[in-house]
Design a protein around this ligand. Structure first.
Ligand code: PA5
Length: 453
């Protein structure tokens, strides 16, 4: 892994760049001294015994199931979705089963009724496994999905329905825990000090990934490597700390937006994963001292080269309010040559080259265009996309976010804004105990409505 941040610096892009990123030692100490404690239990990676247990439970599912479906949302879904997309064949679910060698994989992180019905149209429910993941055990979206699939499973399989549900939740509390105990579901637990968006190296990510044959040993070995260099005290050699320092220094200079732009389809969902980490962890009303600060840098997801023809115009010439982080892959897992077709004139600059060369050239060209326009950008390069490099990348994103939170002086691990929405949903759906919340919600201002037939 390599970080090139020349295009963040004024020496390279002119007076709109940074003079020197600030390396606040105190942020490093805050994070590192708290690792493994409180809400930083995410830094404790699973033991070999825990990994082996997950693999031995998931291997028979991987060998026999039609589909594996994650029912979860936010941090209970995005990590597994992003890693699976990076590591499975890009058309995994469309491959013939002999080629796929693993179940189809779906992460259902929305409750659009059409999407649920569409899923049920394409999977063999009775031969599928549903991984119901909710740390709180209370999330309406996930529990409603659970009710739907358990009902169908029961009508198809009777008593055996319970064998097709795997519950991942907090031990000893919450509605899902109680249901799992009563129904006798196989259960895995989310460690108490691991929050949703930091939970991908716990059973939350590892169980679904192992069920589709991903090498979770290699993933964790990559995570260890990422963790090792992310706690390196020589801050200028610490990629996670440097990226946080650059992003937050830029934020203090008015760069309110942080665009994550992978140049590889396999990494497309990595920007969703990063966006959740960055947005939910850093966007806070209060700092840790309780002052109202309303801080946070808005993460934006983009994809190279697709968004060159959509958003890059804005990034190059719009307001100076963004930084762009490119994710580059040195060696793609396959090559596609552009044929040197003699019948076709005028395309000699493309003929005989590869799409690999072209995508690399376009990244270089876009970084240059941004640099020329005085726009801050940096490039994080992975040698290749495999389980180890993805484990390392995910670990770096988590450490980077932790450092950024410490630099901003906010509580990286809470999400009061999300919780308010969850309570409001309970109220609107008529859950007992939320009557006052419902009254608060139902105050309406009809004079601001426009109705047109
Ligand atoms: O990162 C977080 O804490 C959130 O995004 C949660 O993961 C999300 O709200 C789902 O919560 P739960 O796992 O309790 O269902």
């Amino acid at each position: 892994m390599e970080l090139d941040y020349a295009n963040m610096m004024s020496r390279c892009i002119g007076d709109k760049g940074l003079d020197m990123p600030k390396y606040p030692q105190s942020a490093f100490e805050t994070v590192v001294s708290g690792l493994g404690k409180g809400w930083q239990e995410w830094s404790v990676l699973p033991t070999q015994k825990e990994i082996d247990e997950i693999i031995s439970f998931c291997t028979p599912i991987c060998a026999s199931a039609d589909s594996v479906v994650v029912l979860g949302i936010g941090g209970s879904a995005l990590g597994a979705a992003a890693i699976a997309e990076a590591l499975l064949h890009l058309r995994h679910n469309e491959l013939a089963s002999e080629k796929r060698k693993a179940p189809k994989f779906y992460v259902e992180d929305n409750i659009d009724p059409e999407r649920m019905n569409a899923l049920l149209d394409v999977i063999d429910v009775g031969n599928s496994y549903f991984i119901v993941t909710t740390k709180s055990g209370e999330t309406s979206e996930t529990l409603s999905q659970f009710l739907i699939v358990y009902d169908i499973l029961t009508s198809r399989l009777g008593e055996r329905a319970k064998e097709h549900i795997i519950a991942i939740t907090t031990e000893g509390k919450g509605t899902l825990y109680n249901i799992a105990v009563k129904e006798g579901f196989k259960t895995f637990f989310v460690p108490s000090g691991v929050g949703g968006r930091f939970s991908v190296f716990s059973p939350v990510g590892l169980v679904p990934l192992a069920c589709v044959g991903i090498d979770i040993n290699a993933l964790i070995s990559g995570a260890k490597k990422g963790a090792e260099h992310s706690v390196c005290p020589e801050l200028r050699n610490n990629i996670a700390f440097t990226m946080a320092a650059l992003s937050i220094s830029a934020y203090w200079q008015g760069r309110n937006i942080n665009v994550m732009m992978p140049y590889a389809d396999s990494l497309k969902l990595m920007s969703d994963f990063f966006a959740q980490l960055w947005g939910e962890s850093l966007g806070k009303k209060e700092n840790t001292a309780g002052d109202i600060v309303n801080l946070g840098q808005t993460p934006v997801k983009a994809l190279g080269v697709t968004d060159q023809h959509s958003q890059i115009q804005l990034y190059t010439e719009g307001p100076y309010d963004k930084i762009v982080t490119f994710l580059k892959v040195k060696e793609f897992r396959s090559t596609r040559v552009i044929p040197a077709d003699k019948r076709i004139d005028g395309l000699d600059f493309l003929k005989g080259h590869t799409l690999n060369e072209l995508i690399g050239a376009e990244l270089e060209a876009t970084a240059f265009a941004l640099k020329k326009a005085g726009r801050m950008n940096m490039t994080l390069t992975l040698d290749r996309v495999d389980a180890e490099s993805i484990g390392e990348l995910v670990a770096v994103f988590m450490y980077e976010t932790a450092y950024a939170g410490a630099m901003l002086g906010v509580d990286t691990y809470n999400q009061p804004g999300v919780e308010e929405g969850k309570r409001a949903t309970f109220a609107v759906m008529g859950r007992q105990g939320y009557e006052d919340k419902l009254k608060e919600i139902k105050t309406t201002f009809d004079d601001y409505k426009i109705m047109r037939d």
